[in-house]
Ligand binder design. Structure first.
Ligand code: SAM
Ligand code: SF4
Length: 341
Protein backbone atom coordinates (compact mmCIF):
# COMPACT_ATOMS: atom_id res chain seq x y z
CA UNK A 1 0.00 0.00 0.00
CA UNK A 2 1.18 3.50 -0.76
CA UNK A 3 2.63 5.44 2.17
CA UNK A 4 1.28 8.70 0.71
CA UNK A 5 -1.06 10.62 2.98
CA UNK A 6 -4.12 11.83 1.13
CA UNK A 7 -5.14 15.22 2.44
CA UNK A 8 -8.81 16.17 2.53
CA UNK A 9 -9.93 18.50 -0.22
CA UNK A 10 -9.82 22.09 1.00
CA UNK A 11 -11.34 25.27 -0.29
CA UNK A 12 -7.87 26.55 -1.12
CA UNK A 13 -7.42 28.27 -4.46
CA UNK A 14 -4.67 26.55 -6.41
CA UNK A 15 -3.90 27.53 -9.99
CA UNK A 16 -3.05 25.16 -12.85
CA UNK A 17 0.67 25.55 -12.08
CA UNK A 18 0.24 24.44 -8.48
CA UNK A 19 0.58 27.92 -7.00
CA UNK A 20 -1.66 28.56 -3.98
CA UNK A 21 -3.39 31.93 -4.16
CA UNK A 22 -3.10 33.47 -0.72
CA UNK A 23 -2.61 37.15 -1.53
CA UNK A 24 -5.26 39.56 -2.81
CA UNK A 25 -4.54 43.11 -3.87
CA UNK A 26 -7.55 45.35 -4.13
CA UNK A 27 -7.59 48.62 -6.02
CA UNK A 28 -10.32 50.44 -4.11
CA UNK A 29 -10.38 53.43 -6.47
CA UNK A 30 -8.71 54.38 -9.75
CA UNK A 31 -8.60 58.03 -8.65
CA UNK A 32 -5.63 59.78 -7.15
CA UNK A 33 -4.57 63.16 -5.79
CA UNK A 34 -1.21 62.83 -7.61
CA UNK A 35 -0.42 62.39 -11.30
CA UNK A 36 2.93 60.59 -11.27
CA UNK A 37 4.33 60.87 -14.77
CA UNK A 38 5.18 57.16 -15.14
CA UNK A 39 1.74 56.10 -13.86
CA UNK A 40 -0.87 58.49 -15.25
CA UNK A 41 -1.29 61.11 -17.90
CA UNK A 42 -2.12 64.57 -16.57
CA UNK A 43 -5.68 64.47 -17.84
CA UNK A 44 -7.05 61.10 -16.94
CA UNK A 45 -10.55 59.88 -17.56
CA UNK A 46 -11.62 58.01 -14.46
CA UNK A 47 -14.30 55.39 -14.10
CA UNK A 48 -17.83 56.69 -13.63
CA UNK A 49 -18.71 56.44 -9.92
CA UNK A 50 -21.76 54.31 -10.74
CA UNK A 51 -19.48 51.51 -12.00
CA UNK A 52 -17.71 51.17 -8.66
CA UNK A 53 -18.45 48.45 -6.17
CA UNK A 54 -19.79 49.95 -2.95
CA UNK A 55 -17.66 49.58 0.15
CA UNK A 56 -20.13 46.92 1.36
CA UNK A 57 -19.69 44.98 -1.89
CA UNK A 58 -15.91 45.26 -1.64
CA UNK A 59 -16.09 43.93 1.90
CA UNK A 60 -18.30 41.04 0.80
CA UNK A 61 -16.00 40.13 -2.06
CA UNK A 62 -12.84 40.34 0.07
CA UNK A 63 -14.54 38.16 2.66
CA UNK A 64 -15.27 35.49 0.04
CA UNK A 65 -11.59 35.53 -0.95
CA UNK A 66 -10.54 35.22 2.71
CA UNK A 67 -12.89 32.25 3.13
CA UNK A 68 -11.23 30.73 0.07
CA UNK A 69 -7.73 30.97 1.53
CA UNK A 70 -6.48 34.54 1.13
CA UNK A 71 -4.22 35.32 4.11
CA UNK A 72 -2.85 38.67 3.08
CA UNK A 73 -4.80 41.58 1.72
CA UNK A 74 -3.35 44.80 0.37
CA UNK A 75 -5.44 47.85 -0.46
CA UNK A 76 -4.11 50.01 -3.23
CA UNK A 77 -5.36 52.15 -6.09
CA UNK A 78 -5.21 54.91 -7.38
CA UNK A 79 -4.74 56.35 -3.97
CA UNK A 80 -6.63 54.13 -1.52
CA UNK A 81 -6.89 56.85 1.13
CA UNK A 82 -8.80 59.25 -1.17
CA UNK A 83 -11.75 56.88 -1.50
CA UNK A 84 -14.65 58.29 0.53
CA UNK A 85 -15.19 56.43 3.83
CA UNK A 86 -12.32 54.06 3.12
CA UNK A 87 -11.60 53.77 6.85
CA UNK A 88 -14.99 52.13 7.22
CA UNK A 89 -13.92 49.34 4.85
CA UNK A 90 -10.60 48.99 6.67
CA UNK A 91 -12.41 48.73 9.99
CA UNK A 92 -14.74 46.07 8.56
CA UNK A 93 -11.86 44.05 7.11
CA UNK A 94 -10.06 44.32 10.44
CA UNK A 95 -12.52 41.80 11.90
CA UNK A 96 -10.79 39.06 9.89
CA UNK A 97 -7.52 39.89 11.65
CA UNK A 98 -9.23 39.47 14.98
CA UNK A 99 -10.51 36.00 14.08
CA UNK A 100 -7.12 35.03 12.66
CA UNK A 101 -8.62 34.28 9.23
CA UNK A 102 -6.43 37.02 7.79
CA UNK A 103 -2.74 37.30 8.67
CA UNK A 104 -2.14 40.77 7.34
CA UNK A 105 -4.11 43.80 6.19
CA UNK A 106 -1.94 46.43 4.61
CA UNK A 107 -1.91 49.18 2.04
CA UNK A 108 0.20 50.95 -0.52
CA UNK A 109 -0.20 54.70 -0.41
CA UNK A 110 1.39 57.87 -1.71
CA UNK A 111 1.37 59.13 1.88
CA UNK A 112 -0.56 62.35 1.20
CA UNK A 113 -3.41 61.50 3.60
CA UNK A 114 -1.45 59.73 6.32
CA UNK A 115 -1.46 62.53 8.89
CA UNK A 116 -5.24 62.21 8.92
CA UNK A 117 -5.53 58.42 8.93
CA UNK A 118 -2.43 56.92 10.57
CA UNK A 119 -3.90 56.42 14.05
CA UNK A 120 -7.11 54.84 12.75
CA UNK A 121 -5.15 52.51 10.48
CA UNK A 122 -3.26 51.17 13.47
CA UNK A 123 -6.44 50.93 15.50
CA UNK A 124 -8.06 48.75 12.83
CA UNK A 125 -5.16 46.30 12.80
CA UNK A 126 -2.87 47.60 10.06
CA UNK A 127 0.76 47.22 11.16
CA UNK A 128 2.79 47.76 8.02
CA UNK A 129 2.31 50.05 5.03
CA UNK A 130 4.20 50.85 1.85
CA UNK A 131 4.69 54.50 1.02
CA UNK A 132 5.69 55.34 -2.54
CA UNK A 133 8.29 58.06 -2.83
CA UNK A 134 10.73 58.53 -5.68
CA UNK A 135 12.85 61.48 -4.53
CA UNK A 136 13.75 63.54 -1.47
CA UNK A 137 14.10 66.73 -3.48
CA UNK A 138 10.93 68.88 -3.13
CA UNK A 139 11.15 70.31 -6.66
CA UNK A 140 11.76 66.95 -8.25
CA UNK A 141 8.97 65.49 -6.14
CA UNK A 142 6.57 68.06 -7.56
CA UNK A 143 7.88 67.36 -11.06
CA UNK A 144 7.42 63.58 -10.89
CA UNK A 145 4.06 63.60 -9.04
CA UNK A 146 2.86 66.76 -10.87
CA UNK A 147 0.49 67.60 -7.97
CA UNK A 148 2.17 66.24 -4.83
CA UNK A 149 3.94 67.95 -1.92
CA UNK A 150 7.00 66.27 -0.42
CA UNK A 151 6.53 68.02 2.94
CA UNK A 152 3.06 66.64 3.27
CA UNK A 153 4.25 63.10 2.58
CA UNK A 154 7.13 63.46 5.05
CA UNK A 155 4.64 64.66 7.69
CA UNK A 156 2.50 61.64 6.85
CA UNK A 157 5.45 59.29 7.30
CA UNK A 158 6.23 60.81 10.69
CA UNK A 159 2.58 60.47 11.75
CA UNK A 160 2.50 56.85 10.65
CA UNK A 161 5.66 56.03 12.57
CA UNK A 162 4.31 57.79 15.65
CA UNK A 163 1.14 55.70 15.34
CA UNK A 164 3.26 52.54 15.43
CA UNK A 165 3.09 51.59 11.74
CA UNK A 166 6.15 50.04 10.11
CA UNK A 167 6.92 51.62 6.75
CA UNK A 168 8.61 50.45 3.60
CA UNK A 169 9.52 53.09 1.05
CA UNK A 170 8.87 52.12 -2.59
CA UNK A 171 10.77 54.04 -5.23
CA UNK A 172 10.48 53.58 -8.97
CA UNK A 173 13.96 53.74 -10.51
CA UNK A 174 13.95 56.28 -13.31
CA UNK A 175 16.97 56.77 -15.51
CA UNK A 176 18.43 60.26 -15.28
CA UNK A 177 15.84 61.27 -12.69
CA UNK A 178 16.57 59.59 -9.37
CA UNK A 179 19.32 57.04 -10.07
CA UNK A 180 22.04 59.34 -8.75
CA UNK A 181 19.96 60.04 -5.64
CA UNK A 182 19.42 56.40 -4.68
CA UNK A 183 22.32 56.12 -2.21
CA UNK A 184 21.03 59.18 -0.33
CA UNK A 185 17.49 57.81 -0.28
CA UNK A 186 18.71 54.46 1.02
CA UNK A 187 20.69 56.15 3.81
CA UNK A 188 17.67 58.29 4.68
CA UNK A 189 15.15 55.42 4.73
CA UNK A 190 17.41 53.10 6.70
CA UNK A 191 18.32 55.94 9.05
CA UNK A 192 14.59 56.28 9.89
CA UNK A 193 14.25 52.53 10.48
CA UNK A 194 12.41 51.91 7.18
CA UNK A 195 13.09 49.23 4.58
CA UNK A 196 13.25 50.41 0.99
CA UNK A 197 12.39 48.74 -2.30
CA UNK A 198 13.27 49.89 -5.79
CA UNK A 199 11.01 49.00 -8.71
CA UNK A 200 11.60 48.89 -12.44
CA UNK A 201 9.13 50.88 -14.54
CA UNK A 202 6.58 48.66 -16.17
CA UNK A 203 4.97 49.42 -19.53
CA UNK A 204 1.37 49.91 -18.41
CA UNK A 205 -1.06 52.43 -19.90
CA UNK A 206 -0.49 55.35 -22.22
CA UNK A 207 1.39 58.24 -20.62
CA UNK A 208 2.85 61.40 -22.10
CA UNK A 209 6.46 60.37 -21.59
CA UNK A 210 8.55 57.86 -23.46
CA UNK A 211 9.11 54.81 -21.25
CA UNK A 212 12.18 53.65 -23.14
CA UNK A 213 13.81 56.88 -21.87
CA UNK A 214 12.78 56.24 -18.24
CA UNK A 215 13.59 52.55 -18.02
CA UNK A 216 16.54 51.69 -15.81
CA UNK A 217 17.40 48.00 -15.40
CA UNK A 218 17.92 47.32 -11.73
CA UNK A 219 20.88 45.09 -12.52
CA UNK A 220 22.62 48.31 -13.51
CA UNK A 221 21.43 50.16 -10.39
CA UNK A 222 22.62 47.30 -8.21
CA UNK A 223 26.03 47.37 -9.86
CA UNK A 224 26.24 51.14 -9.28
CA UNK A 225 25.19 50.79 -5.63
CA UNK A 226 27.76 48.04 -5.11
CA UNK A 227 30.50 50.57 -5.71
CA UNK A 228 29.64 52.38 -2.48
CA UNK A 229 27.70 49.82 -0.44
CA UNK A 230 28.27 46.21 0.53
CA UNK A 231 25.09 44.39 -0.56
CA UNK A 232 24.54 40.95 0.95
CA UNK A 233 21.76 38.72 -0.41
CA UNK A 234 19.39 37.70 2.38
CA UNK A 235 16.47 35.24 2.32
CA UNK A 236 14.05 37.85 3.79
CA UNK A 237 10.54 37.67 2.22
CA UNK A 238 7.44 39.76 2.72
CA UNK A 239 5.15 37.65 0.55
CA UNK A 240 5.84 39.91 -2.43
CA UNK A 241 8.14 39.59 -5.42
CA UNK A 242 11.05 41.66 -4.03
CA UNK A 243 14.46 40.07 -3.56
CA UNK A 244 16.27 41.59 -0.62
CA UNK A 245 19.81 42.48 0.27
CA UNK A 246 21.15 43.88 3.51
CA UNK A 247 23.19 47.03 3.11
CA UNK A 248 26.07 46.45 5.47
CA UNK A 249 26.92 50.14 5.89
CA UNK A 250 23.38 51.10 7.01
CA UNK A 251 22.22 47.79 8.51
CA UNK A 252 18.93 48.20 6.58
CA UNK A 253 17.14 46.08 4.00
CA UNK A 254 16.88 46.96 0.33
CA UNK A 255 14.50 45.13 -2.02
CA UNK A 256 14.63 44.90 -5.79
CA UNK A 257 11.47 44.31 -7.81
CA UNK A 258 12.58 43.39 -11.28
CA UNK A 259 9.65 42.41 -13.50
CA UNK A 260 11.55 43.36 -16.63
CA UNK A 261 15.02 41.94 -16.09
CA UNK A 262 14.15 38.98 -13.91
CA UNK A 263 10.87 37.20 -14.16
CA UNK A 264 9.29 36.66 -10.74
CA UNK A 265 6.24 34.74 -11.90
CA UNK A 266 7.16 31.23 -10.80
CA UNK A 267 6.32 31.97 -7.17
CA UNK A 268 3.32 34.24 -7.86
CA UNK A 269 0.69 33.76 -5.14
CA UNK A 270 -1.56 36.71 -5.94
CA UNK A 271 -4.50 38.01 -7.89
CA UNK A 272 -5.76 41.57 -8.27
CA UNK A 273 -9.24 42.96 -7.90
CA UNK A 274 -10.30 46.34 -9.28
CA UNK A 275 -12.84 48.71 -7.78
CA UNK A 276 -15.38 47.60 -10.39
CA UNK A 277 -15.08 43.94 -9.41
CA UNK A 278 -12.83 42.84 -12.26
CA UNK A 279 -10.33 40.18 -11.27
CA UNK A 280 -6.95 40.21 -13.01
CA UNK A 281 -5.07 36.97 -12.62
CA UNK A 282 -1.80 38.60 -13.73
CA UNK A 283 -0.56 42.20 -13.61
CA UNK A 284 1.03 41.81 -17.02
CA UNK A 285 -1.82 40.18 -18.96
CA UNK A 286 -5.14 41.49 -20.26
CA UNK A 287 -7.21 38.42 -19.31
CA UNK A 288 -9.74 39.18 -16.56
CA UNK A 289 -12.92 37.88 -14.95
CA UNK A 290 -15.97 39.90 -13.99
CA UNK A 291 -17.01 39.24 -10.40
CA UNK A 292 -19.48 42.12 -10.12
CA UNK A 293 -22.26 40.39 -12.06
CA UNK A 294 -22.19 37.14 -10.04
CA UNK A 295 -21.85 39.17 -6.85
CA UNK A 296 -24.96 41.20 -7.64
CA UNK A 297 -26.94 38.34 -9.12
CA UNK A 298 -27.43 36.53 -5.84
CA UNK A 299 -27.42 37.32 -2.16
CA UNK A 300 -25.53 34.13 -1.48
CA UNK A 301 -21.88 33.77 -2.42
CA UNK A 302 -22.04 30.53 -4.45
CA UNK A 303 -22.05 32.25 -7.85
CA UNK A 304 -19.18 34.55 -7.09
CA UNK A 305 -17.21 31.74 -5.48
CA UNK A 306 -17.65 29.63 -8.64
CA UNK A 307 -16.59 32.59 -10.81
CA UNK A 308 -13.42 32.97 -8.70
CA UNK A 309 -12.61 29.25 -9.09
CA UNK A 310 -13.11 29.49 -12.83
CA UNK A 311 -10.82 32.55 -13.02
CA UNK A 312 -8.05 30.98 -10.90
CA UNK A 313 -8.25 28.00 -13.26
CA UNK A 314 -6.96 30.20 -16.04
CA UNK A 315 -4.27 32.13 -14.18
CA UNK A 316 -1.44 32.37 -16.72
CA UNK A 317 2.04 31.10 -16.09
CA UNK A 318 3.57 34.57 -16.34
CA UNK A 319 3.61 38.00 -17.88
CA UNK A 320 5.10 39.10 -21.21
CA UNK A 321 6.21 42.61 -20.35
CA UNK A 322 8.37 44.13 -23.01
CA UNK A 323 9.01 47.74 -23.77
CA UNK A 324 8.60 47.75 -27.52
CA UNK A 325 11.24 50.09 -28.86
CA UNK A 326 9.70 50.26 -32.34
CA UNK A 327 6.07 51.07 -31.54
CA UNK A 328 6.74 52.58 -28.05
CA UNK A 329 3.35 51.25 -27.08
CA UNK A 330 2.79 49.82 -23.61
CA UNK A 331 2.43 46.04 -23.57
CA UNK A 332 -0.56 46.31 -21.23
CA UNK A 333 -3.05 49.03 -22.10
CA UNK A 334 -4.58 49.61 -18.66
CA UNK A 335 -2.84 51.98 -16.26
CA UNK A 336 -1.19 50.74 -13.08
CA UNK A 337 -3.75 52.82 -11.14
CA UNK A 338 -6.49 50.45 -12.36
CA UNK A 339 -4.90 47.26 -11.05
CA UNK A 340 -2.92 48.94 -8.31
CA UNK A 341 0.67 47.78 -8.88
N1 SAM B 1 -1.18 55.59 -5.06
C1 SAM B 1 -0.53 54.59 -4.31
C2 SAM B 1 0.97 54.75 -4.40
O1 SAM B 1 1.46 55.48 -5.24
O2 SAM B 1 1.62 54.10 -3.59
C3 SAM B 1 -0.91 53.17 -4.68
C4 SAM B 1 -1.08 52.86 -6.14
S1 SAM B 1 0.39 52.97 -7.13
C5 SAM B 1 -0.24 52.50 -8.72
C6 SAM B 1 1.29 51.55 -6.58
C7 SAM B 1 2.74 51.51 -6.96
O3 SAM B 1 2.86 51.35 -8.36
C8 SAM B 1 3.53 52.77 -6.60
O4 SAM B 1 4.65 52.40 -5.83
C9 SAM B 1 3.96 53.32 -7.93
O5 SAM B 1 5.20 53.93 -7.86
C10 SAM B 1 3.97 52.09 -8.79
N2 SAM B 1 3.82 52.33 -10.22
C11 SAM B 1 2.88 53.07 -10.87
N3 SAM B 1 3.06 53.02 -12.21
C12 SAM B 1 4.13 52.22 -12.43
C13 SAM B 1 4.81 51.76 -13.59
N4 SAM B 1 4.41 52.08 -14.81
N5 SAM B 1 5.88 50.94 -13.41
C14 SAM B 1 6.29 50.58 -12.17
N6 SAM B 1 5.69 50.95 -11.04
C15 SAM B 1 4.63 51.77 -11.15
FE1 SF4 C 1 -1.29 58.13 -7.89
FE2 SF4 C 1 0.18 56.13 -6.97
FE3 SF4 C 1 -0.17 56.46 -9.62
FE4 SF4 C 1 1.30 58.21 -8.30
S1 SF4 C 1 1.75 56.03 -8.55
S2 SF4 C 1 -0.32 58.69 -9.78
S3 SF4 C 1 0.34 58.30 -6.36
S4 SF4 C 1 -1.72 55.94 -8.16
Amino acid sequence: MSEDIILPATQAMTDPFGRDITYLRVSVTDRCDFRCTYCMSEHMTFLPKKDLLTLEELDRLCTVFIEKGVRKLRLTGGEPLVRKNIMHLIEQLGRHLETGALEELTLTTNGSQLTKHADALFEHGVRRINVSMDTLDPDKFRQITRWGSLDRVLDGIRAAQAAGLRIKINAVALKGFNDAEMPEMIRWAHGQGMDMTVIETMPMGEIEEDRTDQYLPLSQLRADLSRQFTLEDIPYKTGGPARYVEVRETGGRLGFITPMTHNFCESCNRVRLTCTGTLYMCLGQEDAADLRAPLRESEGNELVSAAIDEAIGRKPKGHDFIIDRRTKRPSVSRHMSVTGG
